[in-house]
Design a protein around this ligand. Structure first.
Ligand SMILES: CC(C)(COP(=O)(O)OP(=O)(O)OC[C@H]1O[C@@H](n2cnc3c(N)ncnc32)[C@H](O)[C@@H]1OP(=O)(O)O)[C@@H](O)C(=O)NCCC(=O)NCCS
Length: 252
């Protein structure tokens, strides 16, 4: 099969071809993509090998995989499951392991590894959702899940699950954006970020109000004037300690 195979024999999925024209500004036209786009060739050969793999024609599938690896520098195991509109740019050095699962609209750049960290036969490669971009030379390792709409920065090494709508960079990969908002910095958008301190303070304020009401009710029952809450816990309410004479100020 190898000696006779030629690009004209490649099975072309029109969705895979369309996405090359959409995502690669360097491509001149459809003919250019068909003839010279190594990433596109890698995807086409993978589709053929995967079909044979599913039909149980594993040796033929591996032969196409072997040929495509030599031709494109991209090694996609025929057992991997890959969705529609799959785009690989430059191809060189891309490795996709046997039990990898990839959703629709995923783009990989050169040098990306979707690899295993175990020698056991089971699911050992990552699962990627839809609408994902993995930057050049990034590695996603192990049976982890990358959510929808995730961007993995160039050179990142991702070893843990990544939720939807995140950008992850670095070694080991850390989330620097969630839903388009930078993490680790308040910038001018602090009202859009989760704020556990603010939430805790609100809970404490509500508890203090409930306790004050209870103290007032008990005092009334005993015919006494209720004490001011600030006099009991001066540090509990912002600004309260300021209003007290020095001898009554709390330490906190
Ligand atoms: C990660 C990426 C998608 C940018 O995402 P973004 O959400 O726009 O992120 P930003 O550029 O705002 O950067 C967010 C933070 O991550 C850092 N960062 C961005 N890309 C990084 C990378 N690849 N590695 C390490 N840190 C990175 C930025 O310095 C910034 O840090 P700071 O918050 O301390 O300033 C982009 O940098 C990237 O790596 N794209 C891959 C492109 C590629 O592979 N091209 C190959 C073409 S052949």
């Amino acid at each position: 099969m190898m000696e006779t195979m030629h690009h004209e024999q490649m099975e072309v999925d029109p969705d895979d071809l369309a996405v090359v024209l959409e995502k690669d500004p360097a491509v001149v036209d459809e003919e250019d993509a068909r003839k010279y786009h190594t990433g596109f060739h890698a995807v086409c050969y993978y589709r053929m090998s995967h079909r044979l793999w599913l039909e149980g024609r594993k040796d033929e599938a591996r032969e196409i995989n072997y040929y495509a690896h030599h031709l494109t520098g991209c090694d996609i195991h025929p057992g991997a499951t890959i969705g529609k509109r799959f785009f690989i740019d430059h191809a060189t050095g891309v490795v996709i392991g046997e039990t990898t699962i990839i959703g629709d609209n995923v783009s990989l750049y050169q040098g990306v590894t979707l690899g295993g960290v175990s020698t056991s036969k089971g699911k050992r490669h990552p699962t990627l959702g839809n609408h994902i971009v993995v930057g050049c030379n990034a590695s996603i390792l192990g049976d982890i899940t990358i959510g929808d709409n995730v961007r993995v920065g160039a050179g990142a090494v991702v070893i843990r699950d990544v939720p939807d709508d995140c950008t992850v960079v670095g070694v080991p990969g850390r989330i620097v954006r969630h839903a388009g908002i930078k993490t680790g910095s308040l910038d001018n958008m602090h009202n859009q970020l989760p704020d556990p301190m603010r939430d805790r303070i609100r809970e404490l304020e509500a508890a203090i109000e409930a306790l004050s009401a209870k103290v007032e009710e008990l005092s009334k029952r005993r015919g006494r004037r209720p004490p001011r809450i600030e006099a009991i816990v001066p540090s509990a309410i912002p600004g309260a300690a300021r209003d007290l004479p020095p001898g009554r100020r709390g330490s906190g």
